[in-house]
Design a protein around this ligand. Structure first.
Ligand code: ADP
Ligand code: ASP
Ligand code: MG
Length: 408
């Protein structure tokens, strides 16, 4: 008998029929002699609808209330899935984040899981129940509700699997696994049999929404091996685990895209120590995630910094920078550009191969796509391009590295 955690995302529980499909999968897993803990998201589109309703009351609704509101989406789906299981004669209990003992720290709407007291879950399992746990939510030491950032049910599943010592952790979704690129963008993308945590993390944090990046970070830290597979068929999925010598020997494992990016450039910064720290601290204090950073000295002797961020953060970034720039120099000014997107190539093989950037840039050049900013890390090369060309860019680069073909 194995203890299995199965996470079902929003599209997998998006309709009553889909909920029935999930219930029968859970029943089948149970009938095969396993204990099942299902972690579920809100029904597809529900979280977005709740956010839209909140925005009726202004652009910046109180985050404490957002958490109270958004956590209701998952509460609906755990109750409905438990009812669907009862219909099949399966003893099942819905479990909220609080009941699951999921303790969080950090800020409202982007809480971090700090600890899980799994006594209640283990007691219910030992009494013969299957559990249906609400993803995306936890509770602070002070009893406040936190949500875990968009896509946060992935994190719940991995953290619960770690806390209860599950034998298997499956992330069941609307694709068969992790592909070399989003199959909705590159139709001939190939499903990967396995991928290392580091590659999955880089892809997820550069826009591959198939896994929430923080969940992958957590899995790596606690050594939770998991499988991404479909909730609609029984095809084998993709194993996500620590890299090992028998992994497919490729230079590039995959390509990801991230839309709705914006570039902020600050010009007229005095070329003196401490300036970058002041600018970046202002953005950090405003909890704005910046990504690519480029800094150089212009011909007027002043420094200029450019960085990318999500376009939604542009207004907050301008507000956060205004007072600092006024203090720094009367020459300092902010320029912004939206409508850009980011394309990233990821692979642990890059550590030992050269020429990857050249192949990527050549493919983009031949497709007539202009490159904006460039950044590299040990296993990633990322560029910005005009958002209207991002899909062409992904297809061109996917083709240039022959990612549709299995390596020999
Ligand atoms: P869920 O609701 O199950 O959490 P998501 O919508 O969050 O599912 O994630 C699944 C989606 O991720 C897929 O439908 C696919 O379009 C997208 N995706 C992006 N990049 C990839 C990739 N490399 N491999 C597979 N799917 C990807
Ligand atoms: N319902 C949340 C969201 O839409 C969490 C999740 O689906 O994982 O972001
Ligand atoms: Mg998701």
């Amino acid at each position: 008998m194995a203890l299995i955690v199965q996470k079902y995302g929003g599209s997998s529980v998006g309709t009553i029929d889909r909920i029935r499909n999930v219930a029968s999968r859970i029943k089948r897993t149970r009938d095969e002699g396993n204990q099942v803990v299902a972690v579920v998201s809100a029904m597809g589109g529900v979280t977005d609808k709740l956010i839209a309703m909140a925005r009726e009351f202004g652009d910046n609704p109180a985050e404490r209330e957002m958490d109270v509101l958004l956590s209701t989406g998952e509460q609906q789906s755990i109750a409905l899935l438990s009812m669907a299981l009862h219909e099949l004669g399966v003893p099942a209990l819905s479990v909220t984040g609080r009941q699951a003992g999921i303790r969080t720290t950090g800020s409202h709407t982007r809480g971090r899981i700090d600890a899980i007291n799994s006594d209640y879950m283990l007691g219910c399992l030992n009494a013969g129940n299957s559990l249906v746990v609400a993803g995306f939510q936890g509770i602070t030491n002070d009893g406040l509700i936190h949500t875990l950032g968009r896509g946060g049910s992935d994190l719940t599943a991995i953290a619960v699997a770690s806390a209860i010592g599950a034998d298997v952790c499956q992330i069941l979704t609307d694709v068969d696994g992790v592909y070399t690129c989003d199959p909705r963008v590159v139709p001939n993308a190939r499903k990967l049999p396995e991928i290392s945590y580091d590659e999955m993390l880089e892809l997820a944090s550069s826009g591959a929404k198939v896994m929430q990046s923080r969940s992958v970070e957590f899995a790596k830290k606690y050594g939770v091996v998991f499988e991404v597979r479909s909730s609609l068929n029984d095809n084998p999925g993709t194993m996500v685990l620590e890299e090992h010598p028998d992994m497919e020997n490729v230079v590039i494992r995959g390509v990801s895209i991230e839309r709705s990016q914006a570039r902020v450039t600050i010009i007229g910064i005095p070329d003196e120590p401490g300036m970058s720290a002041r600018i970046l601290s202002a953005l950090g204090d405003a909890e704005i995630n910046i990504d690519m950073i480029i800094s150089n000295i212009a011909s007027d002797g002043y420094a200029r910094h450019s960085f990318t961020m999500h376009a939604n953060d542009l207004g907050r970034a301008q507000a956060a920078l205004k007072p600092v720039l006024a203090e720094i120099s009367d020459q300092a000014k902010v320029e912004t550009e939206a409508g850009i997107a980011k394309l990233s190539c990821v692979g642990i093989g890059m550590r030992t191969h050269s020429g990857v950037a050249a192949t990527m840039f050549k493919a983009l050049g031949e497709a007539g796509i202009n490159i904006g900013m460039i950044s590299t890390s040990e296993i990633k090369i990322a560029v910005t391009v005009d958002e209207t060309r991002i899909e062409d860019a992904a297809r061109a680069v996917h083709e240039a590295f022959h990612l549709d073909e299995a390596p020999v």
